[in-house]
Design a binder for this molecule. Sequence first.
Ligand code: HEM
Length: 430
Amino acid sequence: MPLFHQTMKEHGKMSITWFGPVPRVTITKPELVREVLSNKFGHFEKLKFGRLQRLLHNGLGSHEGEKWAKHRRIINPAFHLVKLKRMLPAFSACCTELVNRWEGLATGDEPREVDVWPEMQNLTGDVISRAAFGSSHLEGRRIFQLQGEQVVLFVLAMNKLHIPGYLFLPTRANRRMKKIDAEIEGILKGIIAKRENALKTGQATSDDLLGLLLESNMESNTGITTDDVIGECKLFYVAGMETTSVLLTWTMIVLCMHPEWQDRAREEVLHVFGASTPDYDGLSRLRIVTMVLYEVLRLYPPVTVLQRKTYKPMELGEVRYPTGVVLMLPLLCIHHDKDIWGPDADEFRPERFAEGISKASMDVLAFFPFSWGPRICIGQNFALLEAKMALTMILQHFAFELSPAYTHAPFPVGLLKPEHGAQVKLRKLQ
Ligand code: HEM
């Protein structure tokens, strides 16, 4: 993030820049970041991208006030521990498919080159489809392919948003975005109609996310509408698929760069599970794997910057802000701050998490890859469980190293992605 880096170098850790007529204040002191994210007095709101945002999703992540509180209350139970445990067979089924496909590729003694980034996108898209739609997950597959394309078009359109009415122009990209949106809505409406019929005749369980949303949709007055259900389903693909896929991608890349940690993680996995399918209790006991995932989330947080806007005049850290100021919280910079993490802040050292998050740095508030406060990521336990399951099964079956074709270029477009892919050589373990 060269702009943040340069601004902080020239003007210090707290600075102001202008985005056209909008003042943007960068805040990097962890206690101030925490104050913004805890939003005790409701003075901060999320940024709105209007029509463009609705083309991508219209769910929990963009709601405010009562609507947000109601949706969060309805969706929360889908992420309770007991529900997550029930999702584990779906996680392992998706991972088994991945391992089988890779085993088919890496036959013989020769290592086989694979770009693991699209592989991880497929995996996490499959996992979300199963968790959200249960038995209709195959129909959901098409959605994540379409949503993947929509995210790319969304990021390109963001750069042109300052041209008023741009979205209404019949450019090729705009027409494609609308077509994708219509196709996704069509698939979701089909899945929803099928499930509603099944619910009415008492055939379906409400265990998955769609079931929970529809149950609430059927409660008159207090429930949510069918459009809301569609908005939330779209969001789950955007929020849950790309984030976890980049976490897994960076984890594989970093474990290639640090084979000693790959060996340690594999030793632990084989010690706990041998060749068996991972279960919940075993996954919760994985210490080295957890330390590795935390250190990857610190160095390569999928979400690199959070943004909020002042909704009313307010005071923060002895500075008084008017309405409409954008507050930039560059979590990537805070995760790399040498004053907080020590002189080796840029190095991969999972052992800093050996005694948990609270002892990893000089400031317990400085690690927040899933954000903080009331709007903390609803899927963080889901994502960590999924990542542990996938990494465990990969380590059980393969050793991996970087391919000469790989170029290290973390690239923050929307999320922190590998600009030129993630080519890795896989060797099947006997
Ligand atoms: C490594 C994986 C993930 C990371 C790093 C991550 C990170 C985040 C962050 C930083 C936010 C806060 C955004 C903001 O306030 O501006 C967020 C919100 C959210 N995340 Fe995640 N996320 C991950 C996985 C998931 C998964 C798997 C799901 C769903 C299955 C999910 C669903 C959501 C939702 C619905 C919100 C909005 C919550 C609200 O506004 O109340 N995320 N995530």
